[in-house]
Design a protein around this ligand. Structure first.
Ligand code: GAL
Length: 483
């Protein structure tokens, strides 16, 4: 079933299909609105395709318009010096499809020439050493684009990129240069086909990727990710009253993984004189690019210069009112987040069905991170039951070479001794609670191992007074509703 249509809500981070039941392949993408349609362009890394296009009237149902740029696209040079190669000699399929790698395609309509102009990131298909941008054009929005070649803008590296068309028709190309250290803003020529001038260097040395720009009430906002490859990180935004003038410092938005996304683009939705703004992010799957998904979230503005992004598992979009509404129906499930490590308790089923508990990076799709919090027999105590295998967090006492040691495990059924009963204690809490075991009095605690800082381990320890000079309290947890 198409998860986008289910219950007329858009379900974030699930597999989204087009009208013919095929996965929507439009990562690192872009949307343009024309004649009552949203056109969604993005990366398609299947069968020699480079950029595919979909269209929709309602942002739920997407009709594939096919690949608009492929290895077989016509190529023609324009007046500046470029390389026309989309395929490299001796090239093997590297798992990302053949030929050049095309990322983050963006399309603008040039009012003077009537042409649709696509800007994108070009790499040779073997590695990311070329760092070029590339340009293609078409007479219609979703026709066959003619490829005009790739180049280094004014000699600079050019990696993650976006475009912005201002209300006066001037357009800008923004891309990461100097091995991602700087974000450069270039003004495009009047026909949008070439770079006219490097007009601004944003946040030099701060290594930003995935830029997307929007304008609201005369204020420009730029959202961007940090630079951690396919892994999500804390997004940040900045604002300015002039694209080429002074920008604010970067301010964090969303959560520490931007809800497990990297910005792709922002769509302004206009209706009844009001504009709302839809954030579109890619939720990359670093081990299987083709399992990556999408997230649509409403952006809100607490004030003219503040941008806010909040998570919602599902949203609805009403295009007649322009309302983007999060669907907040509690599911009875919870995520348990360690304040100390910012990792989420997840049940890990090992070989032979053994289970233990780890602290994982937030993954909204992961059922292993969802827990039912139920009242236990003893008044005031709770049980914490895993959604995936139905077992409860419990403590067992082991004798280890004569030493007694308490171990966290997941317990089948319930135990009269109270070893799976816990007390949530928020005594003196600035944030989070202590989760104390009824039989042993030990508390849950999270910590990182020496090597893998992606995941944390969760265990039980004696409660100790926390010294804030050592960082955040490893014994504190937040219990968050899953919607
Ligand atoms: C990301 C970037 C993606 C892609 C990826 C490759 O940081 O935003 O567009 O280039 O790295 O590792």
């Amino acid at each position: 079933m198409n998860e986008m249509e289910n219950g007329a809500a858009i379900r974030n981070g699930t597999a989204w299909m087009d009208n013919s039941g095929e996965p929507i392949r439009a990562h690192g993408g872009w949307m343009l609105q024309e004649a009552g349609y949203f056109y969604w362009f993005g990366e398609d890394r299947t069968d020699g395709k480079k950029v595919s296009c979909y269209r929709s009237r309602d942002l739920y149902h997407w009709e594939s318009r096919g690949a608009v740029l492929t290895l077989a696209s016509k190529a023609s040079p324009v007046y500046y010096r470029t390389s026309l190669a989309l395929v490299m000699v001796d090239q093997e399929d590297n798992g990302f499809g053949q030929g050049a790698v095309i990322e983050r395609p963006k399309v603008l309509r040039n009012e003077r020439t009537g042409k649709y102009v696509m800007w994108m990131h070009w790499e040779n298909g073997r590695n990311y050493s070329d760092a070029r941008c590339a340009v293609a054009t078409c007479d219609t929005i979703d026709g066959e684009y003619v490829y005009h070649g790739s180049f280094n803008p004014i000699g600079h590296m050019s990696r993650d990129c976006t475009v912005f068309q201002d209300s006066d028709g001037s357009a800008y190309f923004i891309s990461a240069a100097r091995d991602n250290a700087d974000l450069l803003v270039y003004r495009l020529s009047d026909d949008y086909l070439s770079i006219e001038e490097h007009v601004k260097t944003l946040w030099p040395g701060q290594y930003r990727e995935a830029p997307a720009v929007m304008k609201r009430n005369g204020i420009y906002f730029l959202v961007t990710s940090a630079c951690t490859g396919w892994l999500p990180n804390q997004g940040a935004y900045a604002y300015s009253d002039s694209l080429t003038g002074r920008w604010s410092q970067l301010i964090p938005f969303g959560d520490t993984t931007t809800y497990d996304t990297q910005p792709a683009f922002i769509v302004p939705l206009q209706s009844q004189g009001e504009t709302s703004y839809l954030y579109v992010g890619d939720r990359w799957d670093p081990s299987h690019y083709h399992h990556s998904s999408y997230v649509f979230l409403p952006i809100s503005f607490p004030s003219d210069k503040e941008l806010k992004l909040e998570w919602a598992d599902r949203i609805t979009i009403d295009l007649t009112t322009g309302q983007i509404e999060p669907q907040l129906t509690p599911s009875g499930l919870h995520r348990i987040k360690s304040c100390g490590t910012e990792r989420y308790a997840a049940v890990e089923i090992g070989n032979g069905g053994n289970a233990k508990v780890g602290g994982h990076i937030l993954s909204y799709a992961s059922e292993a991170q969802k827990w039912m919090v139920e009242p236990a027999e003893e008044e005031g105590y709770i049980r914490i039951r895993s959604r995936t295998d139905g077992r409860c967090l419990a403590v067992k006492r082991l004798s280890d070479g004569g030493l007694l040691r308490d171990e966290l495990f997941v317990l089948e059924g319930s135990d009269a001794s109270g070893c799976s009963e816990w007390l949530m204690d928020d005594r003196n809490a600035e944030s989070g609670v202590l989760i104390r075991n009824r039989t042993t009095g030990k508390v849950l605690s999270a910590g990182f191992g020496t090597e893998d800082r992606r995941n944390a381990h969760i265990h039980v320890t004696d409660e100790v007074e926390h010294d804030p000079r050592k960082g955040r309290d490893p014994q504190r947890f937040e219990i968050l509703n899953v919607y």
